[in-house]
Design a protein around this ligand. Structure first.
Ligand SMILES: Nc1ncnc2c1ncn2[C@@H]1O[C@H](COP(=O)(O)OP(=O)(O)OP(=O)(O)O)[C@@H](O)[C@H]1O
Ligand SMILES: [Mg+2]
Length: 210
């Protein structure tokens, strides 16, 4: 079972949106996918309540219940779990980072967001876990996007970027994800690309001696 933590100490960077989209992507590819909502705001749980489809599974979690929930998920045959985390509770971000096989760090292409990245890296780096930085809500051809990408690549491995697209929030209204509304569109392509990069770590995990 691959555990993917989605972590950023900055609010509003797209953690919850990505968790939903990645969970939908995994489920649509036949995986038994679970989303754990570690954010007491419960946005992901609310999203799932608005959702018609049964998959991916979604459950609320706390730092106390996280490891028990993951054990249960493994027993129930889930093979991929995405953990959505709150920006302002360091202990939650730490717990998720420590238990993840790979960490996704969404970063918005703005100077303020870039400045808070070290705060996130302070949590991620000590775990020694592999991580992927992904630029979110990017505006194509904007100079800031190119500059931010250059800065990010100095910090660590950079995964495919996620564009600033009205479809992401629009899809969340009735519990869907962008690629379910426009399966061949740019959002679908970028989510697929990010998902593929995440799965690369699953292959590395299974090829490691136990
Ligand atoms: N790629 C995108 N394009 C356009 N809007 C987006 C995109 N990703 C997220 N949003 C919107 O930005 C806002 C913040 O997104 P989201 O809630 O996913 O971020 P978050 O990191 O989970 O926030 P928080 O830290 O508060 O939990 C939401 O209104 C969401 O719909
Ligand atoms: Mg969120």
């Amino acid at each position: 079972m691959l555990i993917v933590g989605i972590i950023s100490r900055k609010g509003g960077v797209g953690k919850t949106t990505l968790a939903a989209a990645l969970g939908v992507e995994a489920a649509s590819r036949g995986r038994k996918a679970l989303l754990l909502d570690l954010d007491p705001q419960g946005s992901l749980v609310e999203w799932s309540e608005a959702r018609e489809a049964d998959s991916p599974g979604v459950a609320p979690a706390t730092t106390d219940t996280l490891s028990r929930l993951l054990d249960g998920a493994k027993r129930q045959g889930f093979d991929i779990v995405f953990i959505d985390t709150p920006p302002s509770i360091a202990s939650s971000a730490k717990a998720a980072a420590a238990i993840s096989d790979v960490i996704v760090i969404p970063v918005k292409a703005s100077p303020n967001d870039m400045r808070t990245l070290p705060k996130t890296m302070e949590i991620v780096r000590p775990t020694g876990k592999p991580y992927l930085l992904t630029l979110t809500q990017t505006i194509a051809k904007a100079r800031l996007t190119a500059e931010s990408l250059a800065l990010l690549s100095e910090v660590g491995p950079v995964a495919p970027a996620i564009g600033n697209r009205a479809l992401y929030p629009a899809a969340m209204i009735d519990g869907r994800s962008a690629q379910e509304i426009d399966p061949g569109g740019p959002a679908a392509l970028e989510i697929r690309a990010l998902y593929a990069q995440i799965l690369h770590h699953e292959n590395q995990k299974t090829s490691k001696p136990k």
